[in-house]
Design a protein. Structure first.
Length: 399
């Protein structure tokens, strides 16, 4: 059974955790030895240079002239998107013949809500169903965004041969908010990005802290893009009160602006915290590792779940964790973390105070949790292989 792993053309390092997860998974798939009855290839509509051990197949139905125009202008985002749009329309109109001609039996989409050919057999990935499981934050309430999400979960996702959920909590959310049967949802645990596998010398990390004007174990770290649902406001509000008794601490924020950075920056100025909160923007994996390793704790304040990658990265690096009390976080970290109620600033203040007094204990706990964690890519790859065999058995029943 020939399974095509879909490689999109629009991912990049500044897209945050999604890129990190995607990049690590793609390379793990490329390295993994799947069962003999499964043949994995990569499929794409892009002509960018790709270096993989496994075969890469360009799926395109464009006339030869447009094919080369697409190659020449591959760095023009608008033109590439326009050509890809018409390319997919043509392929859809041919009812998957271009895919079948390439010998593809099933498409495996690695990103959430990605499905370009819903009438062609596919495996889907689902990290969350946040528009149902949490509150109507601006990033999910726009008419077009809400319509797109609703359409995907009502019309497209139910057509998947199988859905890979990020956790047991994620599986339960799908069962709660959709009519999809449990037999079609398999748990493939989310795992850390590439940052946690880095190796850094102490002097290099010390130079990173010096660069940012930080002292080890005297700051809290929150790597998150500036969306409203990331709850930066609640974190900053609690941190202001915490500072009354700990004015030698800092709060370090990094991540791309998704429309909420100006508001958060204005809030920090109003609260008089400009000397205590650092905005680092997009940072390298090396800098990220050093900040995790030397932090008093990661604070994962997000309203969204059920899971998030930073708590896993922190766990693997040995950084204690304070996080919002949502099901996926406790599934990952158990009693190795401190949890807070995002409705209650005092709950977070209490957690920060407790962490400063029990830092060594929670550093030990997070290490113990890491040693028994199932949220590892090695475990996830075994489960992907096992479930692909099941999907192949289903798919073999028709041409």
């Amino acid at each position: 059974m020939r399974i095509g792993v879909w490689l999109p053309v629009d991912y990049n390092p500044e897209s945050g955790g999604r890129f990190s997860y995607f990049d690590k998974l793609v390379h793990a798939i490329d390295e993994y030895n799947f069962e003999n009855e499964i043949e994995i290839i990569f499929i794409t509509m892009s002509l960018q240079e790709m270096s993989f051990k496994k075969e890469v197949k360009v799926i395109s139905s464009l006339p030869t002239q447009l094919y080369f125009i697409k190659k020449i202008f591959q760095f023009s985002s608008f033109l590439t998107q326009l050509l890809n749009y018409f390319d997919k329309k043509i392929i859809k109109g041919k009812k998957g013949k271009a895919l079948s001609k390439a010998g593809i039996d099933i498409i495996y989409y690695l990103r959430q809500r990605e499905c370009h050919f819903p009438d062609f057999p596919f495996i889907s990935t689902n990290w969350d169903i946040g528009h149902c499981s949490t509150f109507p934050f601006p990033e999910i309430t726009g008419k077009s965004k809400n319509k797109s999400r609703t359409n995907f979960y009502q019309d497209i996702l139910p057509r998947a041969l199988m859905i890979f959920a990020d956790s047991e909590s994620g599986k339960q959310e799908l069962l709660k908010y959709t009519d999809i049967g449990e037999h079609r949802i398999s748990v493939i645990p989310i795992f850390s990005g590439n940052v946690s596998s880095m190796q850094m010398q102490n002097d290099v990390m010390e130079n990173t802290l010096l660069k940012f004007g930080l002292c080890a174990n005297k700051y809290f770290f929150y790597p998150a893009q500036f969306w409203a649902h990331k709850n930066h406001y609640g974190l900053i509000s609690a941190f202001k009160t915490f500072l009354k008794n700990h004015n030698d601490y800092r709060l370090v924020l990094c991540g791309s602006d998704k429309g909420n950075l100006k508001y958060i920056n204005t809030t920090i100025h109003k609260l008089g915290l400009t000397d205590f909160v650092l905005f680092l923007g997009f940072i390298s994996n090396e800098e990220m590792y050093a900040l995790y390793y030397n932090a008093t704790a990661l604070i994962m304040a997000s309203w969204f779940g059920p899971t998030n990658m930073p708590p896993i990265e922190a766990m693997e690096i040995g950084c204690p964790v304070i996080c919002s009390d949502i099901a996926g976080h406790s599934e990952i970290l158990g009693d190795a973390a401190l949890y807070f109620d995002p409705f209650d600033d005092n709950s977070l203040i209490h957690a920060m105070n407790e962490m400063t007094g029990k830092y060594e204990e929670f550093k030990r706990r997070i290490g113990d949790q890491n040693s028994k964690s199932i949220f590892k890519i090695e475990n996830s790859m075994k489960l992907i292989n096992r479930n692909m065999k099941r999907v192949a058995i289903i798919r073999r029943n028709w041409l």
